[in-house]
Design a protein around this ligand. Structure first.
Ligand SMILES: *Cc1c(COP(=O)(O)O)cnc(C)c1O
Length: 453
């Protein structure tokens, strides 16, 4: 009998997160203040984040203990299984060996809960009673809603109005876990009231929702703000993915030739690959290839510039050096909601500059073609975001078929697509179209980048 999945037991769960800042040849340049553009001080962040997360953001300790209280909750679904996609390999008729790390087993259905639990815990420990955040498609809002419920905190979610109207199921899930969800722009903040005065049916944007959540945070005592991707401490919390995968690959008796993950802000990809990138840096596995896959609709790594930019449209959040399409980026009409962000994690940007990882962008028609091929062989219907990693995996597996090589490919399966069936419906009904972010828009956006000295 050939194994299809490799399971670890609860006692094998990682007890520490891996912090790549300890091993990077060059650390990412420090954050700048959104208004003065001077170096950001930890105290600048204290209005929105608790001290322990601020410390983690800048820490250069290689290993950081996972608190017992956090590990206890992660145990609900962790360790997550690593699958060998034997049926899909057969369907593709490839000699490649394909593995996938399945994060869709979490209650919220994606990897995002790994950091939501940790963030809620540190906030609770610091005496906070409430967290505020924004959500686009709703994945992050769902994760934080459950995390707040676990630690008996209130959760306020500003959900981009178009998604609020078009995707009621994620809102219902958040409410099931006890969160309060309002469509953004909302009448509850100054920012929201101003926009609603101009247009009572304003459809909202992630940038606006971030502004509302930040205003909510600084105007409500006992409240802090929580971020689902991009920043260092989020990638840190996600390294449980890669640390488990390393153990599981050891059990399989293999080391990957290629690692693949989809990238929005970079947290599931970072979580999977950073513990392996360590092996590239220390030259124990110099030939490992690590591929970051993004959407053609938000190609920050493949078509953006490496420059300082604001993390949010409203220019309220820190300025970071990263690959960016410009903070004025307007989300394109594609179905990979979680990949539509103008920038990318500063850690991943540094790795790309150092050529420790590579990047590629995919069109959505090819992405769904691959996701359907995968679903028909393996059964799992993946999130449209995850499907980008599946596309790149399929291309590498088909290249192996050409060359006759049996490379070991591992991809990150960040979440399930049960709330994204409308996207599958559009693809199957022939209604889906490709969209490419225009290069001219990036050139235009360059004029509006902060002038950091
Ligand atoms: C949010 C999300 C992503 C993209 O975010 P990253 O921070 O880049 O991981 C990818 N997959 C799923 C399932 C998501 O919910």
């Amino acid at each position: 009998m050939k194994d299809v999945k490799i399971q670890l037991s609860e006692k094998d769960m990682p007890r520490q997160w891996y912090n790549i800042l300890a091993d990077l040849p060059k650390p990412p340049p420090p954050y700048r203040h959104p208004v003065t553009l001077e170096l950001m001080k930890p105290s600048d962040l204290q209005a929105v984040f608790p001290d322990e997360l601020i410390a983690q953001e800048a820490s250069t300790e290689r290993w950081i203990d996972i608190p017992e209280e956090v590990a206890d909750v992660l145990k609900i679904w962790r360790p997550a299984p690593l699958y060998r996609a034997r049926r899909w390999e057969k369907a593709l008729d490839t000699p490649a060996k394909i593995y996938y790390k399945w994060e869709g087993v979490s209650p919220a259905g994606s990897h995002k809960l790994n950091t939501a639990i940790a963030q809620a815990y540190y906030n609770k420990k610091a005496g906070q009673t409430r967290l505020a955040t924004e959500t686009g498609a709703g994945q992050w809002g769902c994760a934080l809603s459950y995390a707040c419920q676990v630690f008996d905190m209130e959760c306020k979610v500003y959900m981009v109005r178009v998604s609020y109207n078009q995707k009621p199921y994620r809102r219902i899930l958040m409410e099931t876990w006890g969160a309060t969800v309002v469509p953004s722009p909302s009448p509850e903040t100054n920012v929201g009231r101003q926009l609603l005065a101009q247009d009572p049916n304003h459809s909202g944007s992630l940038g606006i929702a971030i502004s509302e959540a930040l205003e909510d945070t600084v105007t409500h005592p006992g409240t802090k703000y929580s971020l689902g991707s991009v920043v260092n401490h989020v990638l840190l919390h996600q390294t449980v993915i890669g640390l488990e995968t390393k153990q599981q690959m050891e059990i399989a008796g293999e080391y990957p030739d290629i690692l693949i993950g989809c990238v929005g802000g970079g947290s599931n990809f970072g979580g999977l690959v950073l513990p392996f990138v360590k092996d590239k840096i220390d030259k124990s596995h110099p030939n490992l290839r690590v591929i970051a896959v993004e959407s053609m609709a938000a190609p920050s790594m493949t078509k953006g510039v490496y420059a300082y930019d604001w993390g949010d449209t409203a220019k309220m959040g820190p300025v970071a050096k990263m690959h960016t399409l410009g903070h004025g980026y307007v989300p394109a009409p594609v179905h990979a909601g979680g990949l539509r962000y103008h920038g990318v994690s500063p850690i991943l940007s540094t790795l790309l500059e150092e050529k420790l990882i590579e990047s590629r962008a995919c069109h959505q028609l090819g992405v769904f073609e691959a996701a359907i091929s995968f679903a028909r062989a393996e059964g799992f219907v993946m999130a449209p975001e995850t499907a980008h990693a599946i596309r790149a995996t399929m291309d590498e597996a088909l290249a192996c078929k050409e060359s006759g090589e049996s490379k070991v490919i591992v991809f990150g399966a960040s979440g399930h697509g049960h709330f994204d069936l409308a996207a599958y419906d559009a693809y199957l009904g022939g209604k889906l179209q490709d969209y490419e972010y225009p290069a001219e828009k990036v050139q235009e956006a360059l004029k509006d980048l902060p002038k950091v000295k």
